[in-house]
Design a protein around this ligand. Structure first.
Ligand SMILES: Nc1ncnc2c1ncn2[C@@H]1O[C@H](COP(=O)(O)OP(=O)(O)OP(=O)(O)O)[C@@H](O)[C@H]1O
Ligand SMILES: [Mg+2]
Length: 251
């Protein structure tokens, strides 16, 4: 195992799922063994790999509910070396299930223990909240990646993530590091970008890759394809490949 990576931002619609999917697929295309873990009840990451996410009770919820190992619920995808641990609509129950339990923050980490030898990377797609589920991902991970859309509000959100990360490091997982922020839906030549990006960089290291807006992203999602499969020459696809290279070099 090289790293367990958590893609998180409590803000909705900033590109977490798109980033987790293309990082996981990109690392697998480089030949590493990758597990994509969908921790969002919305099921968006899993839906890109319908061949691995068919209806069954055997999903990520059983890790939280029954202490099942990730080994027993992961499935292969059409991309060689990429496995999926599919989401569950029942994930919404996890907060109630675990709240008050002393070891409630460690369920996911324990669920992942037996697969550590089988994979080089685990990439976790988090829900848009700093809930108990996201905290489980923070406890299980070594590296945190924060997708950010450039706006005044993205600045307001950074503080909450940094606080949650600091609390996790202090109490539960001293090994957790922020690898950096990835700018998504990024338009270079706007006044907004030129003003806000330096302000973001005061708080977080920025990856060099910056993902531009592209209709190909929505189209690929619609067709249950990754950008690498749908339009590899697209600018967003190339930037996701560049981002993958940056993360790979940290492995
Ligand atoms: N570079 C891009 N260009 C165009 N559309 C994009 C891009 N990145 C993401 N999107 C679209 O923006 C929407 C939100 O993206 P995504 O689902 O990845 O964000 P998210 O942070 O995971 O959202 P949520 O918080 O709901 O889980 C999706 O409809 C996605 O297709
Ligand atoms: Mg998402």
């Amino acid at each position: 195992m090289k790293q367990v990576l958590c893609v998180a931002n409590q803000k909705g619609g900033v590109g977490k799922t798109t980033t987790a999917v293309h990082l996981a697929a990109g690392l697998a295309l480089k030949g590493d063994r990758v597990l994509l873990l969908d921790l969002d009840a919305q099921n968006n990451a899993s839906s890109v790999f319908p061949e691995a996410a068919s209806e069954t009770d055997n999903d990520v919820f059983s890790i939280f509910n029954e202490g099942v190992s990730a080994k027993d619920v992961l499935r292969p995808t059409r991309i060689p070396k990429l496995s999926l641990l599919p989401s569950s609509p029942k994930l919404a129950q996890v907060d109630v299930l675990l709240s008050g339990k002393l070891d409630g923050f460690f369920a996911l980490k324990e669920g992942l223990e037996k697969i550590m030898e089988d994979f080089d990377w685990v990439v976790i797609d988090c829900p848009p909240s700093l809930s108990l589920i996201t905290m489980n991902a923070f406890v299980a991970a070594n590296g945190l990646i924060v997708p950010l859309q450039v706006s005044k509000f993205s600045l307001d959100g950074i503080e909450a993530i940094l606080e949650a990360k600091a609390a996790t490091v202090k109490r539960y997982n001293p090994g957790l590091k922020i690898l950096g922020a990835l700018l998504t839906l990024y338009q270079a030549r706007t006044t907004l970008s030129q003003t806000v990006v330096p302000m973001i960089a005061e708080h977080l290291r920025l990856f060099d890759a910056r993902i531009p807006p592209s209709v190909a992203v929505e189209e690929a999602h619609l067709l249950n394809r990754t950008l690498y499969e749908y339009q590899p020459k697209n600018k967003a696809s190339k930037e996701y490949a560049r981002f993958t290279d940056e993360v790979y070099s940290l492995g």
